[in-house]
Write a protein that binds this ligand. Sequence first.
Ligand SMILES: [Fe+2]
Length: 207
Amino acid sequence: MAFTLPDLPFAKDALGDFMSAETLDYHHGKHHKAYVDKTNGMLAEKGLEGASLSEVIRAAKERGDKGLFNNSAQIWNHSFYWQCLAPAQGQKPTGKLAELIDQGFGSTTNLIGKLKEEAVGHFSNGWAWLILDQGALKITSLHDADTPLVHEGMKPLLTLDVWEHAYYIDYRNARPDFAEKVLSNIVNWDFVAQNLDGNGESRANQG
Ligand SMILES: [Fe+2]
């Protein structure tokens, strides 16, 4: 079965100036869609029809099939990313997530500062990640299409796309401004908290 482009979990104009409808038109409607279409175009020749998205990603990694890995991993990464975002309503981490953040980073402001540092310091294309590693929160980043699914012990909680296509329309080349605005205003902390169950992978999987 072919993979599909998941709908955005919010209206296209719901993120206001933090992430414009024009950015979402291109980033979701064209870039994310292209990863879906390219992956679908390869499944039959690779003998992977009927495999789930995470199975395709892991098979591509094992085979050293970069084309299939890059496209399929980007379907998953983007499907996860959209769910990490929500319209600005003053949302903050609560409950167990807030406790873990305080333990690991002292405060949500510090966590956002560290994530921003990781996002800004990441050379060229990639993704900044907040992950759960043996019960503790950790910040890291991965290059290009690389994804926590193929890294032992990396349970995905929150990600920020730092490919230029993620911010160029709204922020031009100002990645620090993009990271600051998004992380401080439109993170869906309820989704991040849900992922503390270790099942974040399944929330962007399909097939
Ligand atoms: Fe992207």
